[in-house]
Design a protein around this ligand. Sequence first.
Ligand code: NAD
Length: 494
Amino acid sequence: MRKIHHFISGQKQIGTSGRVHNVYDPSSGLVQAEVDLASLDEVNEAVTVAQEAALSWKESSLTQRTQIMFAFREILSARANELAKIISREHGKVISDAFGEVARGIENVEFACGIGQHLKGEINEQVSAGIEVYSLRQPLGVVVGITPFNFPAMVPCWMFATAIASGNTFICKPSERDPSASMLIAEWFKEAGLPDGVFNVLNGDKVAVDGLINHPGISAISFVGSTPIARYVYERGTQAGKRVQALGGAKNHMLVLPDADIEMAADAAVSAAYGSAGERCMAISAVVAVGTAADEIVEAIASRIPNVKIGPGDAPDSEMGPLITAEHRDKVAAYVMRAREAGAVVVEDGADRNLPKAGFFYGPTLLDQVTRDMECYRDEIFGPVLSVVRVTTFEEAITLINSNPYGNGTAIFTRDGGAARKFQHEVEVGMVGINVPIPVPVAYHSFGGWKASLFGDAHMYGPDGVRFFTRAKVVTARWPDPGTSSVDLGFPRN
Ligand code: NAD
């Protein structure tokens, strides 16, 4: 059995807790590895290593950090296929999708290559006679990234690239379900010249997360995962005096107006609902169809579903792989069963497909006549299940979306610029697509939802990422002409 350990102080470190977690190959359903789960002693050790490394890393020059980032970027992009294969093997997503994930992660490393530009402060000369005021941004110290299973390479890249380039040391706590991508990244970072202890991987579960939250040596926690755990990490982390950004789950709506290009909207809905088997925080899980658009979009989506090729993640013609575990697949199936009982029209049921016998597969599923009180609409199912909610007016659609507790992503499909402008202005969601179904911002903007999709003030990566992983200092400086010096006991005034 393959063993996955920790990566501390520049080397693999065998776990000592005696606790392990099975890592499956979701395409075959077999256990392929065991990952160590950290104890509190191992948490303490990782933090001590990162604290020691932080002393010299924060003194490294911007030039040195930038050169390491450029070297790391080259390694990542030259070996993107290798990383994509490892992601696919543990997560189950198809290779092309895993490759796309790596490409989006590399964008964050490229952003960090320009860290000198992003850390530029501001200065005012002569705020008073002979006095300058300038602002700086300095690293926080040891920071932590706790990441979900569904993007085992990209989400860590969202966090560590900016954190490390800004002068922090980093402890990555990946999902115990697919930890190998982080381990490979750690090795490649070392190869790129990153000093030992600056990037560490601590594998684990709740014990490790709680240990990191409570450790006084940690300054900030960046978290991505489900809403209940995001809320927990945010509340506990801030109570422990840490800076926390915690991104949670989602229920992303795609609004289709009667004037939309229905064929284009259907292509987008199928891609965004069933890509990565629906295990994306930006997946479309509800189509809100206005008026006459409803019958047309349901028919157009249904006609595309039989063409979606389902198969093992590494098979060259697969377009959709399995779900992450058997339990999760069964949970998705139970949602579909209860949706039928609640009165939803099951246009396509993924269980009826000729699915591979082994592995955790469930086919693309389309539910029509879904209402807002139904569980399949309220909950984030996180599987290949798309619900269609029919409404009569555009205003009703916006009200529906705004009354949803989540606010991660949304999209409108229309040819009407005025309607798109109204939607963009009024919708209470953090990331909006106009004829774009998955509006994940590029690395030089920031990523973040509203409401139950994000706890904290800072969005992830981009300019918000730089602010999150640094703190501001303002210096008021006077280098007076000695000839003007005198004693003045009054409070200094500008
Ligand atoms: P999860 O919440 O189960 O796990 C996320 C992390 O928290 C993992 O590292 C896990 O080990 C840890 N964790 C799990 N249970 C814990 C507990 N009880 N106490 C402390 N730590 C715990 O999420 P997941 O299933 O790995 O990922 C899927 C979820 O992540 C979905 O809800 C999805 O929407 C969300 N997600 C959100 C975004 C976003 O940007 N908003 C991006 C990706 C995924």
